[in-house]
Structure formats: C-alpha cells, structure tokens
Design a protein around this ligand. Structure first.
Ligand SMILES: [Ca+2]
Length: 294
C-alpha cells in the first residue's frame, strides 16, 4: 500500500501489528507522529471504502463492514502489485470489484475515483489528533460517501463529477460538530444520514422507510435498535444552521416532517433530542443531502 516507498513510506522497523497509530499521532518525535498519520489515514480510508461497499441508500446506520473491502484490496494488490490510496487508479480498481456496482456497464469510474483521491489529498495533511480524525471521518460518512456513490452510479441523475477544495472545506466545517455519543451512559443517540430528492418527507417510525432518527439510537435498557427503538420518543427538533435549506416539524404522534425550501441543494441537517422509557435523554443530528429533482 506504499508504506515502503515514496511519499507514504514509513520507518521499516514499525511493527504494524502493535503500532497504536491514533495514540502516536501526537508523539513528540516528528518521525513517529508522521508514521502515525500515514497509518491512521490508511485505516480511515479502508473504513470509508467499507462504507461505500456496504452502504445502502437509506441505511439505518449501525455498523460498517470492512471484511469485504480488505479482501478487495488484497485482490487489487495481487493483480497490480500495489494499492496506493493516494492514486486514482487504485480507487478505480477497488470500485470495479464492489458488488454494488456490478450492474454498471462502463466500470472505469473516473469521477468517483477522482473524488476519493481528492478527499485523501484533503484530509491526509489534517489528521493530527482524535478531533481532526473524527471530523475527517464525519466529512466522508455524512457527505462524501453519498457523493462518490452517486458519481459511480449511472442510474442517478445528474451525476456529480467532482468536488472542489472550497466545497470540501465548507463540508468539513459543517460536519465538525457532530455530537459525539456518550457511550458510557447506556443510552445514546447516533447520527443519521439520508439522501433526499423529494420536496417533503415524513419520517414516521422505525418500521416504515425512510428511517426515523431514533431507529439507530442505542438503548441498553432493551438492548435493541431498529424496530425496538419505537419505544423511544423524540422530544425536540431544531434547525440551527440549515434554515435556508429545510424546515423540520415534530408532530404530536412523534413523526417528523422535513420540507425542502424552494430549489434548495446541498448538505442540510437538523438536531434532535431523544428520550428512553427511563427518562434519559440524548442529542444527535440528522444529515440530509438535498439532490436536484428538477
Ligand atoms: Ca439517530
């Protein structure tokens, strides 16, 4: 994957099986911090590719599978001798092997590969600590994954061909404050993501698609997510920054109505507060990418 050669080279004495890359990001020795940044970025990108490989359009976002993508990477290395994640050709080779794109006629994926390479070039120099890592991961999960999938999928229209540096900077800032789940509490809300092409949408419950924001929130009380999350209640919604793009209304029956402002496009979000049967509350965020429908 280029760790022994060129710009991604690291100290050959680093034992990748024991090297704690996220912890070593802030090592006082510059060369150790440098190696940690490269290894962390590679791991982040493998996780991101796992999202592309396993992520359905309106997923309830509980988990990402990386087993398949690791097999695909191994196959690319076996075929071409390497899989450098700073090169567009690597992404094209990976995407071409993903089952989700198997039906696509022209499997060259130039736009999607370019977007993935641009993301790599953008986040690589910025990964310096846990916060910047979380932001880089959020930028991908809540925006770039969808953009890259749309760019690779010829059935979406229109296809986005590239992302500018300014757009990446804006979206990075936009996803910077995703509320981080308080895992220790035993009840915590998790962020949600949805692509939206309609002008309005009702999020009804956890058995009707598309998913209500509470459906992936984790409640240790009954140990369940999905349909079990219907025991949870959303008590508040707010639109702190995207008021020019969407309006969001919490109805008395617990459903949530999202309405797009005329001609609105891009990334929007609303925050929500959710409560379990014990009365514990947690706050999270629902991201929505507004696609053109005219
Ligand atoms: Ca949620």
């Amino acid at each position: 994957m280029g760790l022994n050669d060129g710009s991604l080279a690291i100290d050959p004495n680093v034992n990748l099986l024991t090297f704690d890359a996220p912890r070593e990001l802030q090592n006082a020795t510059t060369s150790v911090a440098h190696d940690a940044r490269i290894v962390t970025a590679l791991n982040l990108m493998i996780l991101n590719l796992g999202i592309i490989g396993t992520y359905p359009a309106t997923a309830i976002d509980n988990r990402v599978e990386v087993d398949d993508i690791v097999s695909v990477l191994a196959s690319v290395i076996k075929k071409s001798g390497s899989a450098r994640l700073d090169q567009e050709t690597t992404y094209a080779a990976i995407l071409a092997q993903l089952e989700r794109f198997a039906f696509i006629q022209d499997r060259s994926f130039p736009a999607a590969s370019g977007i993935l390479r641009d993301y790599w070039n953008f986040v690589m120099p910025q990964i310096a600590d846990e916060t910047s890592l979380y932001r880089s991961a959020s930028l991908f999960r809540y925006y770039l994954a969808s953009v890259a999938i749309h760019a690779a999928d010829e059935f979406y229209s229109p296809v986005k061909q590239s992302v500018s540096l300014a757009e990446l900077q804006t979206m990075m800032a936009y996803t910077a404050e995703v509320p981080q789940p308080n895992v220790a509490s035993g009840f915590y809300a998790l962020p949600d993501y949805m692509d939206l092409s309609f002008n309005s949408l009702l999020l009804k419950d956890c058995t009707t698609r598309p998913a209500h924001p509470k459906c992936n929130d984790y409640n240790q009380l009954d140990g369940s997510q999905g349909a079990g999350a219907d025991t949870l209640t959303v008590t508040d919604v707010s639109v702190p920054q995207s008021g020019n793009l969407i309006s969001v209304q919490l109805n008395v029956d617990g459903s949530i109505l999202i309405e797009r402002k005329p001609m609105a496009l891009g990334l929007a979000y609303f925050n929500y507060v959710v409560k379990n049967a014990e009365g514990k509350t947690s706050t999270s965020r629902y991201y929505i990418t507004l696609h053109r429908n005219w």
